[in-house]
Unconditional design. Structure first.
Length: 378
């Protein structure tokens, strides 16, 4: 049971005069929270739908980049936040999905969406292969293994330059018949009938993919499989005694997490129109960790909030800094992260949960005090 659930049960029990384990009496907090969530959801949906019509094309493409970051961070959160396996190599999996998509479309002539799906499958098996060492090592040692993978990935891309384009990168193109013959043209995602601009159409397509990934994650977390993930994270021995197949859970979680990172990489590649090894260094893995930590680990929506926060800082706030401060942007980001961790160790979602729990406890205490005063009056 989560901290909020425990606090809510205790507060409700106090209001009803029962023990912490008893069923709480109905309070106004529940309906208010439910209505608040519905209103917040409607507002977010309106903002997401209106965004591509309110901003220029370059900003919309930045938003799509945030989506790619959020998808990959969601996969990392499933692995680290819910299953407790530390990975700093998701940048390599992100790059694997991007390069798989680019090579399938450009070199093999695949259609766009089958290539995206295939990149997720490829990354799933790559993640399973990387996750096999997790059966024998964990913690810092597993982090070092994934760090090695992230470090080697750009070198591997340059080594197989005949397929990947090497250091110059690889443009995503497809053959198109013209009066002068068949030529390679950049892949463009355009709406049927041209009702939307290309950037707007890409935005909505990738928004749907992002929503599907997060809904899938939510369903996994709330299922029996999700409870197994948390059980393995909290205590492997106790989980195994309870009948959880620890090895299977660890390997499949690594695979699903890698598949999500691969889908994020595919979104990144299609948005940019080309891939380059310098886009998938160890720094990218750090970005994913920042998104998870800032948004809130072990929360479904946390990576999305963290991705938006990080994207807003790098794409909107940083360019507006005075010229003399722009070289210190990484330092400013580091200071902000330290302050956030001191104020909200659980990230933005953790801070919100703590605030809601405290308000519920205060409301329950007031109701209990009012009930006692009414009893004395009677």
């Amino acid at each position: 049971m989560s901290e909020i659930e425990i606090t809510g049960a205790a507060a409700g029990a106090a209001a009803s005069g029962g023990a912490p384990g008893s069923v709480p009496a109905p309070t106004l907090g529940g309906p208010k929270v439910a209505v608040g969530r519905i209103v917040a959801g409607v507002v977010v949906a309106i903002v997401l739908i209106a965004a591509p019509f309110m901003f220029p094309a370059f900003r919309v493409e930045q938003f799509i980049g945030w989506m790619a970051l959020a998808i990959a961070a969601c996969g990392l959160n499933l692995l680290t936040g819910y299953n407790g396996q530390i990975s700093v190599g998701h940048g390599a999996l992100y790059g694997t999905g991007a390069y798989a998509t680019a090579m399938l479309i450009t070199n093999a002539g695949w259609p766009v969406w089958p290539a995206v799906a295939a990149s997720g499958v490829i990354c799933f098996f790559v993640g399973v292969a990387i996750g096999l060492p997790a059966l024998r090592i964990k913690g810092l040692y597993l982090a070092l293994v994934t760090l090695a993978v992230a470090t080697l990935f750009p070198l591997m891309i340059e080594e197989f330059s005949s397929f990947t384009g090497g250091g110059s990168g690889l443009s995503i193109t497809s053959p198109v018949a013209t009066p002068r013959g068949v030529i390679e043209r950049p892949v463009r995602l355009e709406s049927p009938g041209g009702t939307l601009a290309p950037d707007q159409w890409k935005y909505f397509i990738f928004l749907v993919i992002t929503v599907v990934v997060f809904v899938l994650t939510r369903n996994i977390v709330r299922s029996r499989t999700g409870r197994s993930l948390v059980a393995v994270r909290d205590n492997e021995t106790a989980a195994e005694v309870s009948g959880v197949d620890v090895a299977r859970v660890k390997i499949l979680t690594f695979g699903v997490s890698a598949a999500m990172a691969g889908i994020g990489g595919a979104v990144f590649a299609l948005n940019n129109g080309r891939v380059n090894p310098t886009s998938f260094t160890i720094v990218v893995s750090i970005y994913f960790l920042i998104a998870v930590v800032v948004g809130g680990a072990a929360s479904v929506i946390g990576p999305a909030i963290g991705a938006v926060a990080y994207g807003a800082f790098t794409d909107i706030l940083s360019p507006e800094l005075p010229e003399r401060l722009k070289p210190a942007t990484p330092v400013i980001l580091g200071i902000l992260l330290v302050v956030l961790m001191l104020v909200a160790p659980g990230g933005i979602v953790g801070l919100w949960r703590t605030t809601v729990a405290k308000r519920a406890a205060k409301r329950a205490a007031k109701q209990a005090e009012l009930a006692r005063s009414e009893g004395y009056t009677a």
